[in-house]
Design a protein around this ligand. Sequence first.
Ligand code: ZN
Length: 148
Amino acid sequence: MTEVYSMDPLIIKTPYEMSYKHSYGKTSKFFTSLSAGKLMATRCDHCKFTFLPPRADCPYCLAETKWVEISGKGIVHTFSTLYFSGEKFLKDLPFQLVYVELEGVDTLFLTRLKIKDKNSTKIGMKIKMKISREPEWRSSDVWAEPED
Ligand SMILES: [Zn+2]
């Protein structure tokens, strides 16, 4: 049912729902491994470079990469506090997104930081990646928390 908020300008509120079907293709193992409690990255043996988010093929030499399990320990590279988001996370506002430097990984990984005191987030702070026990097969199945 459409609700009318204003006539000039005309502002309405109407239900909106959509289903979205897509394939993770060659990076599917990242999500299936999360469901098994493992955090996986991809590595190019030729370039000695490890990617997370995973890359099926090395962007430098184009060789196919291999999957490697990583510890999920790392540090905050940089962070931002969000005061607006997509619909799924509106209930969680404000929250923080961080780029993390993970052990054994050569790229930065963008993820959410779940922390009680948002004012205590610092660049260089030690974090540990956490994995949801109830997978939704999305990037939000993994996040960072301060290391104890
Ligand atoms: Zn390579």
